[in-house]
Write a protein that binds this ligand. Structure first.
Ligand code: HNI
Length: 147
């Protein structure tokens, strides 16, 4: 089981409680599709992904970005049990959606960059460390049901 310090717990709760899901989720997913274009293959039925501007203004991408953040919410609320919390979502991404688990890491890096840009100088090294630790537990839990 993952051990969390008080600072890490407080930091994760703080970042997510202040996060604007309406802008951060869409920005993180759009950035992932722009920076790593091969991730677009999973969103073939999402309409126009022709270029960065089209991706950023695609309403289905925006909605799905918010869905992903709400998915992360579950981990924030269950920090001591992230693996079990994501068991079903891991099976879904593996067996039904066939999402390569490497992509979880790519998306989490894009989310870190979006959050860093929002927080500016408040995104200290300590805070980045806590945030990335949290995301790495999420990434590994989402990849658990792959074989
Ligand atoms: Ni992901 C559906 C959560 C990363 C591709 N994804 C979901 C759903 C949640 C979710 C929640 C909705 C499930 C349902 O309908 O029951 N996804 C997450 C989380 C992460 C993540 C928490 C990582 C941080 N997903 C990714 C990545 C990709 C991805 C990196 C591909 C690059 N996800 C999908 C696709 C769907 C999906 C595709 C189905 C979308 C749809 O509506 O058809």
């Amino acid at each position: 089981m993952v051990e969390w310090t008080d600072f890490e717990r407080a930091t994760i709760q703080d970042i997510f409680s202040k996060m604007d899901y309406e802008t951060v989720g869409p920005a993180a997913l759009a950035r992932c599709l722009v920076v790593y274009p091969w991730t677009q293959r999973y969103f073939g039925n999402f309409g126009n992904l022709y270029n960065a501007a089209a991706i950023r203004s695609n309403p289905m991408i925006a909605t799905h970005g918010k869905t992903i953040l709400h998915g992360l919410d579950r981990a924030v609320k269950n920090m001591d049990n992230i693996k079990e919390t994501y068991a079903e979502l891991s099976v879904l991404h593996s067996e039904k959606l066939h999402v390569d688990p490497d992509n979880f890491k790519l998306l989490s890096d894009c989310l870190t960059i979006v959050v860093a840009a929002k927080l500016g100088k408040d995104f200290t090294g300590d805070i980045q460390g806590a945030f990335q630790k949290f995301l790495s537990v999420v990434v590994s839990s989402l990849g658990r049901q792959y074989h």
